[in-house]
Design a protein around this ligand. Sequence first.
Ligand code: BG6
Length: 455
Amino acid sequence: MKSVLMIFGATGNLMHKKLVPAIDALFQHQHLSEDTTILAISRREMDNDSYFDHLKTQVKAKVDWERLQKHITYVKVAIDQASDYEALKKRVDTLLPEGGNKLFYLAVSPELFVTIARGLSKASLIEKGDSRARIVFEKPFGVDFESAKEINQELQTFLQESQIYRIDHYLGKDMIQNMLVLRFANRLLENNWSHQAIESVDLIVKETEAVGTRGSYYDASGALKDMIQSHVLQMLALTAMEEPASMDAEDIRKEKVRVLKKTSILKEHALFGQYEGYLDEPGIPQGSNTETFIYLQARIDTPRWKGVSFRMMTGKKLDEKKAEIRIHFKSPASKLFPKHSQTQNQLIIGVSDYEGISFQMNVKTPGLNADLKNEVLDYCHSCHKIGNNPEAYEILLKEFLDGNRTLFTGWDEIEASWNVVDPLKKGPYQLMQYRSMDDFKEILSQMEAGELHVD
Ligand code: BG6
């Protein structure tokens, strides 16, 4: 069936960094048919040529511009102008004379979700219950629980839940999808996945990039709303949830929600930071207190996770780009070997950029010596990929085009994750200035309940 994909926010950072490369890859791998039209929409006055001039200066990935130019057309829509939606409707009707999929991607801030959905609905670009008309809502969905709830309620006026796709692109990452296999298809791990064997868990997303051109969006969010509420809590939920009844999306969602509802952050162990130079970035208001680094400790109030510390850390302008889940096992019970010669087992799940799993264990040194040493068993996931190695946005866009909601977040997950982070809003918290990860080492190690393992 013929499709028109309409992207609102087409001059924004997400379009440049993720969506254009994902669309290019989808065409290259024939997941988007040649008769697909993409309308790149924003409020700016521009013609197609100047739009592509703009894209070419902003998109860093290597893409096939000639092919993209055949498929993408720039359209100006002022989101509060009914006449602009009507003009868009006429254009779509011309493109789909015999009907087809009308697909929308709202890569805009959450305050605009309802206005745009209402505009689309009033112009009959989208009708409630029409499975060929669907909308992706980029994260964050709301700015806190109350605003998210309001957006969600309003959207239900124009859309059925089955037409709503709330995106969290970490769910499109292969190693995040691998979590269920790792946990439930390996008896060894399945049996040891609890406080009886596990001491603590680190959920880490470090980035080297600064806020760049996204200053005004980022300043209103900070690391807590930009990363913890969505990506990091999804990592936590998949690590800590109970076994779902089946691999069905609803069953998985149910377990994720259940564990999120039992998760609480220890406010007294929260650490906020802001990188030096943040206040000079474009779009950042004078004296902003927004955090670009955050370290949190959480507890999960279930019998499985009794006493286990879940540490979450994310930040911009750090020493490396890395997302990983690190499971620290307890020291062995055996008294055969001196404690100081053993290191605790660790299971490290590399989510990105390195995708793989490594397990640190104690072994005997070879030869006559009976000393113990720490060695690593390594599995490189990306090394085994054959052919196309799809990026998360490519996978999620394809799922959306196919009308498959499995990898998208349900309202109850959004609700539960805002409820985890909302209590933290009520600062004030001390904001540490930092130049590198080293600036946090001392304070982290002084914090009660041990250090965060950040290397
Ligand atoms: C986005 C955040 O959701 O995720 C960005 O808004 C962040 O601030 C990005 O840079 C990180 O994604 P990835 O896939 O590069 O780890």
